[in-house]
Design a protein around this ligand. Sequence first.
Ligand SMILES: [Zn+2]
Length: 279
Amino acid sequence: MEKLLSNSKVIVKDSKKPGPVVLIIAGVHGNEIGGVKALNELVPKIVPLKGKVTFIYANLEAIKQNKRFVEKNLNRCFFDKQPKELANSLEGKTARELLPYLEEADVLLDLHSSKSSNSKKYVLCEKDCFKFVDALPVAIVLIGTDKFLPGGSDGYMFNHKKPGMCIECGLHESEDSKATAKEAVTNLLKKLEMIPGVKSKYSQGDFYKAKYIYKNRFAEFKLARKFVDFEPLKSKELIGLEGEKKIFAKKGEFILFPDDQTELNKECFVIIKKVPKIK
Ligand SMILES: [Zn+2]
């Protein structure tokens, strides 16, 4: 069954047999086409043996324009009660239309990719997902982001006491990010015994937890140099400047999502720390 919402396309594959409801989303960020291409190839082929798989192309307008988003970051719009500044935006409305699918789902896998060619592959989730992450072809698990980056699809699931995972599959346009997204979807469905085939088991060696987010409240923010995601910072290393104010790293910190910002109150970077491997 296929259904067109005002800015999303939903395809439901229902086995009509009891089993989990799995939600697979791509194109929350419209330029992250690895996941979109993966769905294009997978959707016609997936026939669940039990339960139901719902595939969603989330932000059709942003996908068409090959942009991260049109008005607002859709992955900051998934709230039961949206902040006012989101409610009237295209993505605010899009998220509201998608909430019933999140509410119905037992497990969420949201496919993302990165603009950086040396980006790492990882999954953003919370501890309730650890029984699923070995199905995903990534080496890194990052927890604790919902507190600092609220409104994500995975955070929405977590706040409703259900497992939600956002997977970062690598560089947007690469064949590799498409292949990673495809493997993540099919292997998760194999693990849940919803499609036939021998599942692969991946082991994650690095676990990180988000510690804080830096937003520029008074002035423009400029990074001191180019950083890459998960880069370890030296103690007292200069991260960037908010106006004249210097922002330094502390011991044991790693950086994520570093970005220059001209507008106020934007996400400049997130600080994460390594945590012991959690089984
Ligand atoms: Zn994304």
